[in-house]
Design a protein around this ligand. Structure first.
Ligand code: ATP
Ligand code: MG
Ligand code: MG
Length: 381
């Protein structure tokens, strides 16, 4: 989607990705096959770029720091990626900057975890510090008796095609107090090279099994909450260095507090709706920011939008069949746009594409989204 936006602005994108037939390779000006986790590869790649940016935070940041010292322009800055790629360090950083967060603490053994459980109560959220995405790397213990299995079990993370097991204390874990949220919200924040900052409208994100499933824009919350969410997001991004778009994931609690969950230093699933619903999409905005063009208008040009992720329903062909049915159904709906990422392999729960609906109100769009799923027998999704 970055490549699609780049072609409109005559920006040439060179992509570094380990997979020969990665989706971007068909759209990019050039594709270097290699790992963004390998120092020599990243150095060779960087020499070919005017500006280096990321669309995942799980990259070799030590090499980016070294390259920055040699004058390579990395946006956002390597210091930002270093803070964000370690979720514990991220929490330490934001708490030092006075950003409201769920309470958290590092854990190195079962005794410390039990103490954390006594302090924070249950359910207790246990998280891997690094390589997390789509909730892989998180585990919930409902009671002290579940701590040990939670710590060992769930920390399986895939980065591209590479499985890594993050279980156990050796790989770095921390705990968070359970956030009793009534809604999850997100704000995309853009910062230009001149340090100008613009916020996109606050959206509501709905997760299923830890994976972002639906995004509703704008979020149906009182004005005061929107303002608070914007203020927290603005303050969080002001504490980081470099240009680009950033996504700020937030919890809205019953008592009207906004707590920061985490930040992504790149375009984000909660901003995909902006392609159709905003004057400047998050992808165009990211490119404008990193190359030093003026930031565009982030406001919505439609009253409302809903984004629905097409998650893999099944492995292989059966999964593709379901996705095709849903896309065909979606395209009967006025104001619907389908996005298919053309990932080479279909896997259960994998983000394969998304559908954006734009229209007069979130309520109307939600009814349209539900009718699309009902026809196909997926009403519970
Ligand atoms: P991604 O990077 O794909 O957004 P992740 O793997 O980094 O996901 P988190 O954002 O840490 O995972 O958590 C995933 C989801 O788990 C959150 O969106 C939220 O629904 C739930 N969650 C996370 N932390 C807490 C918490 N402290 N209390 C309650 N729920 C939480
Ligand atoms: Mg994350
Ligand atoms: Mg998250």
């Amino acid at each position: 989607m970055l490549c699609q936006a780049a072609s409109k602005m005559a920006i040439k994108v060179i992509v570094l990705d380990p997979s020969e037939n990665c989706p971007a390779s068909a759209l990019a000006y050039d594709h270097m096959v290699g790992s963004f986790d390998d120092s020599a590869t990243v150095e060779e790649f960087a020499k070919r770029c005017g500006v280096l940016t990321v669309e995942t935070e799980h990259v070799d940041v030590a090499t980016l720091e070294k390259l920055e010292q040699q004058g390579i322009d990395c946006e956002p800055k390597a210091s930002t990626i270093r803070i964000i790629q370690d979720k514990y360090l991220q929490k330490v950083h934001f708490s030092r900057h006075g950003i409201p967060l769920p309470e958290f603490m590092e854990i190195n053994n079962l005794e410390e975890t039990k103490r954390a459980g006594e302090l924070y109560g249950y359910p207790l959220m246990i998280k891997g510090k690094r390589l997390a995405y789509d909730g892989r790397g998180n585990a919930v213990a409902k009671s002290e008796g579940e701590l040990s299995s939670a710590i060992d079990g769930v920390h399986m993370v895939i980065v591209t095609w590479d499985w890594r097991i993050l279980g156990g204390f050796g790989r770095g874990l921390y705990v968070e107090k359970w956030a009793p949220f009534i809604k999850e919200l997100a704000v995309i924040v853009a910062r230009g090279r001149d340090n100008s900052i613009l916020c996109y409208p606050v959206v509501e994100t709905i997760h299923k099994e830890n994976i972002c499933h639906i995004v509703k824009a704008p979020a149906d919350v009182p004005w005061r909450i929107r303002k608070l969410a914007n203020d927290v997001a603005y303050k969080a991004i002001s504490s980081l260095e470099g240009a680009g778009v950033f996504a700020v994931e937030l919890f809205l609690t019953r008592d009207g507090q906004i707590l920061l969950n985490e930040v992504a230093p790149r375009p984000h699933n909660s901003g995909h709706h902006t392609i159709e619903s905003c004057y400047t999409s998050q992808f165009e905005q990211h490119l404008r920011a990193v190359v030093g063009l003026p930031l565009g208008d982030p406001s919505m040009k439609t009253p409302a939008a809903i984004m629905y992720n097409l998650l893999g329903e099944d492995e292989g062909e059966p999964g593709f069949k379901v996705a095709h049915q849903l896309i065909a159904r979606a395209l009967e709906i006025p104001g619907a746009t389908a996005h298919w990422y053309d990932k080479p392999e279909m896997r259960r729960q994998r983000k394969m594409g998304h559908i954006t609906l734009v229209g007069p109100s979130v309520g109307v769009l939600e009814a349209r989204r539900k009718s699309m799923l009902r026809e196909e027998g997926y009403e519970n999704r």
